[in-house]
Design a protein around this ligand. Structure first.
Ligand code: ZN
Ligand code: ZN
Length: 363
């Protein structure tokens, strides 16, 4: 409960700075982050003093368990959410209201502006997301847990990989194994791409059998209940071809060099540039068409981004993925992805699936 109070106090500081009376938190993940409540369909109004959670009767028991002591406004069955919001805004005498523009709907905004007299709306996007970038030790432990679940599942499917398995079978088995090891579910639909399909950064697993090509790309992660992990590995099911070896070594060097550059005070685009330069120098600059990585936490993709134009500066407690790739149309793609914590003195890689060239061959 204590860390929720701290987080709420930080939001209140932001309210003061933005000169608003309250922030209406409409992003459910942000509501969870600030209160510990894990249900959906609930908003949180953070006022200069105190906060109130707007929810419905389905959640009353869960609310008592997950956030005892939190002030609640439980709307009656049939009362739409916007009416509850209007009522709480009036009761709280809010004049200047901050909203999260990425999740606030135009419909809700229109209704409350029509019904709450003199209400002014200020767009305060990213206030909670900014706080979420820096993970405390409980959050880091939860990400480690999600990484462990994903890695155990990967080891299990790798041990039973047969050439006649399809992409979809591997994806389904991965998800099942992650759940066996404690995950609530997969963090996102796993990507399993054989050969040329691996050149599509977001291939949907289909009926291709892994023996149809020399290698298969697997991008997967576990959702432990509140936090996520996100990894990518390539497995070779035939023999390592000279072309595969060349591409793989470049991606591996780009990834390990970029990870080595991670420490507090470094700008995200500089980390991206380390990997991008190695890939460009090897002649593949046209074939690395996405950012180097992204923040990872309660959401699979969050701030900060490791990308060409990202001016964010790394700080201790941030967790980012590092995932360079080279995608050659018609041949396939090679990407390696690990999850990296920015520490006070440098970094710590939270994921540990072996990735040297000799590790990728499945016998
Ligand atoms: Zn991934
Ligand atoms: Zn990722």
């Amino acid at each position: 409960m204590d860390h929720h109070k701290q987080r709420l106090d930080r939001v209140r500081l932001a309210l003061k700075k933005a000169e608003v009376d309250a922030l209406l938190v409409t992003d459910f993940t942000n509501v969870t982050y600030l209160t510990g409540f894990t249900g959906d369909d609930s908003y949180l109004l953070v006022r200069r003093q105190g906060e109130v959670l707007l929810s419905d009767p389905r959640y009353t028991t869960q609310l008592e368990e997950e956030c005892p002591g939190l002030e609640l406004h439980i709307r009656r069955p049939g009362v739409p959410m916007w009416q509850a919001v209007v009522k709480v805004l009036r009761q709280s005498k809010v004049v200047r209201l901050g909203v999260e523009s990425d999740s606030m709907t135009v419909g809700l905004q229109e209704k409350i502006l029509q019904r709450v007299k003199n209400l002014q709306i200020a767009l305060l996007n990213g206030t909670v997301e900014e706080l979420r970038q820096i993970k405390d030790k409980h959050e880091i432990a939860a990400i480690r847990r999600a990484a462990w679940e994903a890695e155990k599942a990967f080891a299990a499917i790798r041990a039973t990989l047969r050439p006649d398995k399809t992409e979809k079978q591997i994806a389904d088995e991965l998800e099942y194994q992650m759940r066996v090891f404690g995950a609530r579910r997969a963090a996102f639909p796993s990507i399993v791409g054989v050969g040329p399909r691996a050149a599509l950064p977001h291939a949907t697993p289909g009926q291709n059998r892994i023996a149809e090509s020399d290698f298969v790309l697997i991008d997967w992660g576990a959702y432990s209940g509140l936090y996520n992990s996100d990894l990518t590995r390539v497995l070779v099911t035939g023999r390592i071809t000279p072309k595969f070896e060349r591409v793989y070594r470049v991606v591996l060097r780009a990834q390990t060099s970029a990870i080595a550059a991670i420490r507090p005070g470094v700008t995200c685009h500089d980390v991206d540039a380390v990997a991008r330069k190695i890939i460009a120098d090897a002649g593949y600059n046209k074939y690395f068409g996405h950012g180097l990585g992204h923040g990872l936490g309660m959401a699979v993709h969050e701030s900060p981004r490791l990308a060409v134009k990202s001016t964010a500066v790394l700080r201790p407690g941030m967790v980012v993925t590092v995932e360079p790739g080279i995608y050659l149309p018609g041949w396939g793609g090679v990407r390696l992805e690990d999850d990296v914590l920015v520490t006070r003195n440098g970094h710590e890689v939270l994921t540990s699936v072996p990735k040297q060239l000799e590790d990728v061959v499945v016998q």
